[in-house]
Design a protein around this ligand. Sequence first.
Ligand code: WT7
Length: 632
Amino acid sequence: MPNIQIKTYQEYEEAYKRSIDDPEGFWSDIASTFTWRKKWNTTLEWNFEEPNIKWFKGGRLNITENCLDRHLKTRGNKLALIWEPNDPKERFVRYTYRELHEKVCQFANVLKKNGVKKGDRVCIYMPMIPELAFATLACARIGAIHSVIFAGFSAVAMSDRINDAQASIVLTSDGLNRGAKQIPVKRVVDEALEKCPSVNKVIVVERLGWAVNMVEGRDVWYHDEVQGVSKDCPAEEMDSEDMLFILYTSGSTGKPKGVVHTCGGYMVYAQYTFSNVFQVQENDIYWCTADIGWITGHTYLLYGPLLSGSTSLMFEGVPSYPDMGRFWQVVDKFGVNIFYTAPTAIRSLMGGDIDDVLSYSLDSLKVLGSVGEPINEEAWHWYHTHVGKERCPLVDTWWQTETGGIMISTIAGITPMKPSHAALPLPGIQPILVDTEGNEITENEVEGHLCMKFPWPGIIRTTYGDHERCRLSYFSTYKGLYFTGDGAKRDKDGLYRIIGRVDDVINVSGHRFGTAEIEDAINHNDHVVESAVVGYPHDVKGQGIYAFVICKEVPEREDYLRAEIIETVVEKIGKIAKPDKIQIVSGLPKTRSGKIMRRILRKVAEGDTSNLGDTSTLLDPDVVDEIKAGAL
Ligand code: WT7
């Protein structure tokens, strides 16, 4: 097996150069290190106009054969997965590659027995328990398309996603543990399914042992179904460009879009980036704290590590339970070597007692990672100093659901590291900055909109059921380019620093929401006439949600109304999208054509009303003074 891991800066430069001069040769060599049932005919076929992007066309494979079967000979008894429960008093569980292979095959056979076929969409709404990993891989095993929905989303959000994908089955659990709380997951599924005629089967995994409502003919228990089921399940042979999964994410319109990734390219990109960015060694214990319900969990908890034959730790709980030292206690408990988390988690832990970190040794740590949002310098230094003891490289990894894997990041210990900078693009990645007219800015020490010039194997292929939406969202703003939606700076040495979204998307604790999506939810409240949502800087979450709301009549108790509005958002999207501030206003700053001037609202939300710019073109300039006066 040729080694795909870059070991020196010179090797990085060589790999980067080759990936530009001869992208097909470069990726073809990397792809050759995988197990294919049939080799591809064409390495790359693409245009960004339609868009139409095909990697390794004609290749036949199954990603789970690459995650599991191919390791059995050499790593059969090596740990594939370590599962740490929410409650530290509950026993952890470990699975070797052989055991994981069996669990996945069994789950796959249970899916087959329940009528799931290649190409069917399977909705997975489960907590962070091992069965979530088994279920996801089981879909891939039989060629079903998984759509994992983070178990914090509401019933309404779930049913929208199920209907968009026309899923035929839901895999779930009776309930979940989250710190000291227990949440009745199955009840949320039942509510969602009232509006999902495509679903005819629900498989329920027991986690809490709660009595749940089981619908006759529709719902079955996993532990009943798995009785006597074979531990062997042949992998379905897939085309390189067959869909592997759909993952819903927010854009600037109200409706979440189903980002589609395909088998071959995603596989190659997930492993290449995992192995390189973290500089993973054979016996490393690797821990990514993300939930499998997000892309980070897909690529860097599940697929990337397993494709590499690594040991991946999966944690059911939260960083603050039973106390603020939980992450570090788990690091010491298992001797974690590589730790990958989000800035929001770091910022929330910074708020705790420093002894919650200092009382653990953390000696095993070698590499730290950050993902999901810009990491501010204070958090960067705290993480680097107190967790990494200044001896661990800290990689700030910039990427997106749509990119499938890491795009711009320090390669641990090899390429330059600079606080709050993602730094250099990985081999194969060709970022450019453009001005608002789409002209490339070639100098350094500049700022612009971040785009990509050339495809990489993990790039989004389409948005499920609506290809035009994919074109409009990513390939139409700047002709011939993939537009990320992010603004970025490039310093004098060519290192990138991501600033944040330049579209109507806000990033709350590393989770993406369209402002339109939250507004839609708020507007469902009977008292609300209209609303406008913007993000503002928040100490822990990165961005907080600030909502300006016009009501039908002046409420008697604003606090009651606010609570009601929050409830509406929780019902339509989930707790994760709760507005932090709600300001009741009598009007919104609009242009004569009726467009809300968000720039003004953003300034107010930031608490900076000194220079609101020209407001004379507004329909009703007076409304600005009222909004300023009532700012929270
Ligand atoms: C958006 C993508 C990538 C997995 C988690 C989020 C922001 C992501 C960074 C970073 C600054 C970052 C961007 C991006 N973002 N990583 N290291 N530095 N910003 O995935 O939900 O698809 O969100 O998150 O704004 O566009 P996602």
